[in-house]
Design a protein around this ligand. Structure first.
Ligand SMILES: Nc1ncnc2c1ncn2[C@@H]1O[C@H](COP(=O)(O)OP(=O)(O)OP(=O)(O)O)[C@@H](O)[C@H]1O
Ligand SMILES: [Mg+2]
Length: 250
């Protein structure tokens, strides 16, 4: 049974961002569009839209070498920033099927996504999650993370669903939030479907060797930039010192 019918039957509401609480504080583009950090995110967006050596990338993947460098937060803020500034819609796709986190960041009930689409349990349309942000929609990774998946096979199927989504919504910008490169083969396989790659590096956290090793796994010509996510964890200075720095990768 397709999800919409299943939801109807259970009399469940379709998930919408903000349904289970407030949106994460780190969504600066939403909560604090005039903050210093939001300004840095706008700069990243401007640079992506003015690359001298290529057309504007439409399908953009955000990744990093190791876990917790800020991929999800950077991808989400970037997606909101594009939705706010461009005429076109933005679709944020969560590609970490094993550890979904967008439902927490955007406060919606866990709901079907890429994994259920791959298994034929849901259609793409049924999985889209609306948000309070105009022209901005989310496709989550999974309601139930796949158990014991054959990684390579699962990864390939995910890449083909991403290809299908990108073709179906060919008038939208698509931002892909992926798992870390060192954890799975997913980013490498997904990279075949994208126009541009942004690599997030958490300041004073990532070792240079790990960063360089991770880059070896990506098609260099698709890397459009690195975001240095410099995080100060002290709450009192929370917003003051957080910086996103964008560098063209050489
Ligand atoms: N610029 C920032 N300032 C403050 N906190 C941040 C910043 N970026 C990320 N964080 C926090 O760091 C943690 C990890 O961020 P996030 O989930 O975006 O990382 P990730 O790279 O997506 O992690 P994973 O590898 O688990 O997917 C979260 O608690 C997030 O709120
Ligand atoms: Mg993440």
């Amino acid at each position: 049974m397709k999800i919409s019918k299943a939801l109807e039957k259970q009399n469940k509401e379709r998930p919408v961002a903000g349904m289970t609480g407030k949106l994460d504080d780190h969504l600066y583009m939403y909560h604090m569009p005039y903050s210093y950090t939001a300004e840095q995110i706008r700069k990243i967006r401007t640079q992506i839209f003015h690359l001298s050596d290529r057309p504007i990338p439409r399908v953009i993947m955000v990744t990093s070498s190791v876990p917790a460098e800020g991929k999800t937060i950077v991808a989400s803020n970037l997606a909101i920033s594009i939705a706010k500034s461009e005429e076109r819609h933005v679709l944020l796709i969560e590609c970490d099927m094993r550890r979904p986190s967008l439902y927490r960041v955007f406060s919606f009930p866990r709901s079907p996504g890429l994994s259920e689409i791959i298994q034929g349990k849901a259609s793409i349309e049924d999985c889209l999650v609306k948000t309070p942000i105009d022209k901005f929609t989310i496709l989550p990774a999974a309601e139930v993370p796949p158990s014991n998946p054959s990684e390579l096979l699962e990864s390939r199927k995910m890449a083909s669903v991403i290809k299908e989504v990108a073709m179906r919504y060919n008038d939208r910008f698509i931002i892909l939030d992926t798992p870390p490169i060192q954890a799975t083969v997913d980013p490498k396989i997904i990279s075949s479907q994208v126009d541009g790659i942004i690599v997030v590096a958490r300041y004073r956290y990532i070792k240079r060797a790990d960063f360089e090793a991770a880059l070896e796994n990506l098609p260099r010509d698709k890397i459009i930039g690195t975001v240095l996510n410099a995080v100060d964890e002290i709450p009192a200075t929370k917003y003051k010192y957080k910086k996103y720095k964008y560098d063209k990768y050489y």
